[in-house]
Design a binder for this molecule. Structure first.
Ligand SMILES: [Zn+2]
Length: 630
């Protein structure tokens, strides 16, 4: 079938957008042509164009959807836009323009430039909740298909938001349906999805599940074969699947790192860890627990009937073209199995050290050390303090075509190009230690070992560092100075540590103040006192950098879910293993002495780095106290 035939059959079959086609809907042709090229053949059902059987229609993949592809989702005849009426066009525009002025003031700066090009105001919908009444103006399937959502009714006008506000066909269609004058605004795809999700939030899925509880909930091993490993493809008549689907997608969207599904005595509590802090998301009826757990077990290939032992598994989903891994862990509790899913979003690119919050003297010290031709750099901190993210940023900075970089990781959290990444598998004896022995025979320049936690790994890593390799790794200690005694506890000779380790980075992640609701505050006297004491301990140069002591916090807004925080930033201390530190280490191994020597040599501590960041309005003093307390 040629492209022309295909297009004419679409025109005939669906009679979609007749006026658009009359005008020569070149966008659609282009999309079709590129699709055909991509497919390599004219696999019509694959295009989804003519797919009438609704079972196979994907739940959603809104991100890729362009207005020109509208016919793709036409499986419901009532969705078809009506042909007539463009006559009220002028009145809409007139009306809109006056209201635009008010709307513009709310518009976000960066996006606003783009939006104002087309004289369409931009709305920031992040965190905005739309009432059911307003949502009912545009049914969910229309909103999804035409990528337009209702926002608010104001003086008889309906404010709608869309990603392509120049799509007159859609505007006409909505105007006709709602019988209201429209004020069209622009929003981002993420924000649009955020509103679309409010139609069928978890609550409605739960209602479905409660209504149909019984027959359809039975999940069996056979299902696995039919199941694509994508929750976006789950069939409509599996409500437990829908709940899991909603939860997992929402967690990814809210940038959660973990999902906790916790059975209590008479309910299930679902919590997300966002920016390092657990937050309750929803409580579900206890009766849904078996179905939800079974669904997750099926996805991650766990034994459904084993409910007395903990299990681990993983699965991958595709969300908006990104592959996202979930590491699943189940734990039998007295109230049933608790499920925790760790989210590994491999698509969320590598950040630079600057983006992570490295700056000032810690950054200078680290930079001096990562470019050395051999030796070890250790990153330390508790679980979840962003150690591996820092190592990825370091690797990204040092990688080049002349360098062979091999990593040993558990798990591989991000895929990096130009680097050989290996996943260890201790079940078959492929451990950090044995893996390290093998990769040293692979002619590496730089080796990254996920974690040093035993003598074997430490010993081989140190010998690699002594024999001309650069070794990066992480270790569990509270601060940089504590790393040296920790290695000695692992039976490593102090003189070996001194001659192999170049620098030690300790870090924590603290929450960043939400930029949308940030304000200056005046803290209580005790906070000021404690801060002043820390500042007095800083090296003179750092003290001078603080011009005046300002304190900030976020007062809470819709963008940050009323927490006052959004995103995270690292605070660091970088301890260079200098000649002085070497001398001390061979004689005396207490962390305190090493710490004092490092501070005397000009090191600023994590807490001090945090205070500098708080004074700059990046985070709060409370956050610094919280993440640095022992
Ligand atoms: Zn806020």
């Amino acid at each position: 079938m040629t492209i022309e035939e295909l297009i004419s059959s679409i025109e005939k079959e669906s009679q979609l957008l007749p006026s658009a086609i009359e005008r020569g809907y070149s966008g659609m042709k282009k999309v079709l042509a590129s699709k055909l090229k991509d497919e390599g053949s004219c696999d019509v059902p694959h295009l989804g164009m003519f797919q009438k059987d609704s079972e196979k229609v994907k739940l959603e993949s809104t991100k890729t959807k362009k207005p020109a592809e509208k016919p793709e989702k036409d499986d419901k005849p009532e969705d078809k836009p009506e042909k007539e009426d463009i006559k009220d066009q002028e009145t809409i525009d007139e009306k809109s323009e006056t209201s635009y002025e008010q709307l513009k003031q709310e518009a976000d700066n960066s996006f606003d430039k783009q939006a104002s090009l087309a004289a369409i105001p931009y709305l920031d919908l992040s965190g905005k909740n739309i009432s059911r009444d307003i949502l009912s103006y545009i049914p969910e399937h229309i909103a999804k298909r035409f990528q337009i959502v209702p926002i608010e009714e104001k003086n008889g006008d309906l404010i709608v938001s869309m990603i392509d506000p120049e799509d007159q066909e859609t505007i006409e269609l909505i105007k006709k349906r709602t019988k209201l004058p429209l004020i069209v605004t622009l929003c981002t795809q993420d924000d649009l999805n955020h509103v679309i999700d409010q139609y069928s939030g978890i609550n409605s899925d739960v209602n479905d599940l409660v209504e149909t509880s019984g027959e359809t909930l039975e999940t069996t091993e056979e299902d696995v074969k039919d199941e694509e490993e994508e929750i976006t493809e789950t069939s409509d008549h599996a409500p437990a699947a829908k709940v899991v689907d909603s939860l997992f997608k929402r967690a990814v969207r809210e940038k959660a790192s973990d999902i906790h599904i916790e059975p209590m005595e008479d309910e299930i509590i679902v919590r997300f860890r966002v920016d390092g802090v657990l937050r309750k998301i929803v409580s579900l009826p206890k009766m849904l627990h078996p179905a939800i757990v079974s669904r997750i077990k099926i996805l991650s290939n766990l034994k459904i009937d084993e409910q007395r032992l903990p299990q681990d598994g993983r699965f991958q989903i595709k969300l908006n073209q990104n592959k996202i891994d979930f590491r699943i862990s189940t734990l039998p509790t007295v109230n049933g199995e608790k499920v925790v899913a760790r989210i590994l979003d491999k698509s969320s690119g590598i950040l630079t050290l600057e983006n992570l919050g490295m700056r000032g003297s810690p950054y200078e010290t680290l930079k001096d050390n990562i470019n050395k031709s051999h030796g070890m750099i250790l990153v330390t901190g508790p679980t979840g303090s962003g150690k591996s993210t820092t190592l990825y940023a370091v690797l990204d900075q040092v990688k080049d075509i002349a360098t062979n970089i091999i990593t040993l990781e558990d798990p591989v959290e991000y895929r990096m190009t130009g680097i050989n990444q290996c996943q260890i598998n201790s079940e078959i004896g492929y451990t950090f230690a044995s893996g390290l022995r093998s990769i040293l025979r692979q002619d590496p320049n730089i080796v990254m070992v996920g974690e040093i936690r035993d003598f074997d790994t430490a010993n081989i890593a140190i010998h690699a560092a002594l024999t001309g390799h650069v070794v990066f790794s992480t270790i569990h200690t509270n601060n940089a100075a504590g790393t040296i005694p920790r290695l000695i506890d692992m039976d490593i000779e102090p003189f070996l540590i001194c001659s192999s380790v170049n620098a030690i980075v300790a870090q924590r992640l603290c929450r960043k103040i939400c930029t949308k609701c940030k304000q200056e505050i005046s803290p209580d006297a005790s906070t000021k006192q404690a801060v002043a004491e820390e500042i007095a301990k800083m090296p003179k140069g750092e003290q001078k950098a603080i011009k005046d002591q300002k304190y900030f916090k976020g007062k809470g807004c819709t963008a940050c879910g009323d927490t006052g925080y959004k995103g995270r930033i690292g605070i660091y201390e970088v301890l260079p293993v200098t000649e002085k530190i070497r001398l001390i280490t061979t004689r005396e191994t207490s962390a305190d002495t090493i710490q004092e020597t490092a501070i005397a040599g000009g090191m600023i501590t994590m807490k001090q780095d945090g205070i500098l960041k708080a004074m700059d309005g990046l985070t709060t003093i409370e956050e610094i106290w919280r993440v640095t307390k022992d």
